[in-house]
Design a protein around this ligand. Structure first.
Ligand code: MLT
Length: 277
């Protein structure tokens, strides 16, 4: 599905009915990474999985940098368009950075947070420099091949790579759908992202933190740090998965996520839906 949202043509997948869960993909992937979750969750949940600007089928637009703030505002405008007031916000890696930003700006719209293989802190100066150099390279060479070469072996866990070459091929194909200019703009946006560590203590919605046991991009220590910072947060390690558990270990990931969703306290009725006599 698609529409003009926040000044660009945005595309998204929307399946199921019920309370909404907004699923924000990682870099440089797109909404296709949530294929298993769209199927498994949609009997009970309305699953909305957007292609962030510049990725999948969404427009690149004119903004030279895809800041986390800009992408969070795209998503709030998408929820407005869909008539969704509040949603569970689930983000993986870069999607997690966007989820933090969404909470910072639209806290009242967040029913719960699911943070997968992400981190709250900022980039080191070295990482920022490396992102800048990579952004220049992919644009200059007009290919994201240098990114795929270095990132793909890190995205997929070592055990998944050994046992499931189909997953490697799927993620690689998804990466190659990303355009060099989108990749460059997102790299710059991530390098400049705000520090979300101070935000952790203010998160007062139910939170689930997931991390793949074999993730080498984020790690269990970073997940535990987030769990310590967010009061009442639950942490789960997805065995045998690297950086993209929803794709590498979909059944285990879905089971953990569904259990969390089923345990959420019931939403109180919005004022407009209350009974009057
Ligand atoms: C992602 O998976 O979204 C990226 O690895 C995030 C990052 O580069 O920091």
């Amino acid at each position: 599905m698609g529409a003009r949202i926040n000044g660009i043509e945005l595309e998204w997948r929307d399946r199921g009915t019920g309370e909404a869960i907004l699923m924000i993909h990682g870099f440089p992937l797109n909404s296709a990474m949530w294929g298993s979750q769209l199927t498994r969750l949609s009997p009970d949940w309305r699953v909305v999985a957007p292609d962030l600007r510049g990725f999948g089928a969404s427009d690149v637009g004119d903004e030279p940098v895809f800041s986390m703030d800009l992408m969070a505002r795209d998503l709030a405008a998408l929820l407005d368009h869909l008539g969704i007031e509040r949603a569970v916000i689930c983000g993986l890696s870069m999607g997690g950075y966007v989820a933090f930003e969404f909470f910072r700006q639209f806290r009242h719209r967040v029913r719960a947070l699911v943070l997968c293989d992400t981190r709250a802190g900022t980039d080191s100066p070295d990482t920022q420099r490396a992102r800048g150099a990579l952004a220049e390279q992919v644009v200059a060479e007009n290919t994201i091949a240098p990114l795929v070469e270095t990132l793909l072996p890190k995205l997929i866990g070592v055990r998944t790579s050994r046992r499931n070459p189909g997953v490697v091929a799927l993620v690689k194909a998804m990466m190659y759908e990303a355009r060099p200019d989108s990749v460059a703009r997102a790299l710059q946006g991530m390098a400049a992202r705000a520090d979300s560590e101070p935000l952790l203590r203010s998160i007062d919605v139910p939170a689930l933190i997931l991390v793949g046991s074999d993730d080498v991009i984020t790690n269990r220590g970073q997940a535990e740090m987030m769990a310590r910072g967010i009061r009442g947060a639950r942490i789960e390690v997805v065995a045998g998965a690297g950086h993209v558990p929803p794709v590498e270990q979909p059944e285990a990931f879905n089971q953990i996520l569904l259990q969390f969703l089923e345990g959420l306290p019931h939403e109180s009725l919005p004022a407009s839906a209350s009974f009057s006599y």
